[in-house]
Write a protein that binds this ligand. Sequence first.
Ligand code: ADP
Ligand code: MG
Length: 672
Amino acid sequence: KKFKPGSVFFRLEKNKPGMLLPRKGNVTTPIEVQRKQLPIYHARTRLVNELRQLHNAIVIGETGSGKTTQIPQYLFEAGIGRQGLIAITQPRRVAAISLAARVSEEKRTQLGKLVGYTVRFEDVTSPETKLKFMTDGMLLREAIGDPMLLRYTVVVLDEAHERTVHTDVLFGVVKSAQRRRRELNKIPLKVIVMSATMDVDLFSEYFNKSPVLYLEGRQHPIQIYYTKQPQSDYLQAALVSVFQIHQEAPQSHDILVFMTGQEEIEALARTCRDIAKHLPDSCGPMVVIPLYASLPPAQQLRVFQPAPKGCRKVILATNIAETSVTISGIKYVIDTGMVKAKRFNPGESGLEVLAVQRVSKAQAWQRAGRAGREDAGFCYRLYTEQEFDNLIPTTVPEIQRCNLAGVMLQLMALGIPDVMNFDFMSKPSPEAVRSAVEHLELLGAVERKDAQVLLTALGKRMASFPLEPRYAKTILLSADFSCSEEILSIVSLLSVDTVLFNPSARRDEVLAARKKFTSSEGDHMTLLNIYRAFKKVGGNKEWCRENFVNSRNMGLVKDVQAQLREICLKLNLKLESCGADTGNVRRCLAHGMFINAAELQPDGSYLALDTHQAVAIHPSSVLFQAKPAYVVFNELLHTSRCYMRDLCLVDADWLLDAAPEYFGRKLHLTRS
Ligand code: ADP
Ligand code: MG
């Protein structure tokens, strides 16, 4: 490996026997001792001395070395940046919450006091807060009101290697904040970029050749296995591997399986639990723990708890366990080689798609690395060595594969006039920018004057919501349709992940329970019916269980709605309910979501009207059988086909009313 000149190395002490974090069954080591056992601890003084002098630094270190939990504390304990707050950004809310919880525990304070967190729709901070964990998206939102980020003295952009679109935009925002604060003689802003991977040249170049601090990690050897044949069903392969290991390996060795999303994780968790029940006693018990972004916080923390003595822990996780959270005790990693990620091709399809796709080599190595943190480990790749060789080397930054409309709206609200010339670390393609401008123009958020693209008054109002532009637009429109209460409910329901349980083993029961809420008008209206019923019974737990409703997430919906309502009140939006007249709700959805409309074809298939792409109704939709002539949908999920999810039945006329010119030009849609 080659290192940049001017790099600083910190050789971290190799784990001595007995220095391991407590294994299950042992007495728990006091948390102060745990902190001192972390590899980073010995480099602490030198690290702090370096960071004290530097305005910009890149910190590289093996996952689990203690970067995220320790460096902010070291800075605080050394009195660095005391005049303001230290922000630590995370790409995912789960990570922000669990890390804040951990650090506040290490500091023996109550969460929300010295150490707090801010994620979308949830702010657990107070005037005392000095260490603030937050999602990158939230810091970006704060920048809209405070482009110089004056509340902060240190910003730590963590998990930079993930290159989420928000982190990428933040690179530019913090760089410009640093410069402007210097020009205006304000308290300087220290920016620390942390990454788990070695390729940091881009980061260093971008931040004026800033020094790189390497935390040279200890990594134990990991034996990698590949399948002999390509696997057609990676879930089946994962299941077989879990039980093969379970039957052969000592009980104290835990297993971590990398999968793509909540639904398949929950399904596999159930299957594993079922099978485990019927194994011979010689196998020993197993606990199966899911880990994905939308899991409620209390359940997220379960992955860190040691399994009961003599019980094997099997964690089924998304790519969140790649680098952002570290779980001790993992000896076996099973890598399906798949990940669910955004894909967007402005030229071809124009619509952003969530697709299950192959990981990059860098991701595959990160996954394997999880097995070798405390001792030698094993990684089972459920693909062939040749398939591995064909993986792309590193993941393409999200900014180059997502719909930029939301980011552009935020950048314009930030007062950045010429988005194309924004100081991006990796520039999005001109087509993607053009496509985003078109999207915003269709929504009325921007207008062109001469060669310039300007934010409209509507666009400014839309940027007030922490939502995708089309949802913001739909809320703003809802006042005209006298159905704001309903639209706020629907948008809130769509903003928290799945409020419904769909256990596949109890499919018939689920269908029977759902029947009374099912609306022939589509999934939005069905969700609204369930939410109304939920409120009517006062969130009764028994009712939730009977109806396969996730009571916790439903509770969150109420919080989200309250916050969205507050924004509406600030914007002087009229809040009304349309009662039983739900036609208005659908009209409003048609007007807000017309870009995501699809039309039934004579052969029974659907065509997305914006892009003329063939799409299908997802089997989970209540409209799956009905096949209405026109629908609007929330998102596209690409698995075996391109599926529309969460649909609403609409009239062609409403779409025409919403955007006459667009539909006239694009689709030759005519009035019925
Ligand atoms: P890095 O950022 O370098 O990947 P972290 O600072 O996240 O490392 O993790 C350091 C250590 O703290 C790990 O050993 C991890 O197991 C432990 N840790 C982090 N969060 C928690 C938690 N919520 N509960 C228990 N241990 C945790
Ligand atoms: Mg970390």
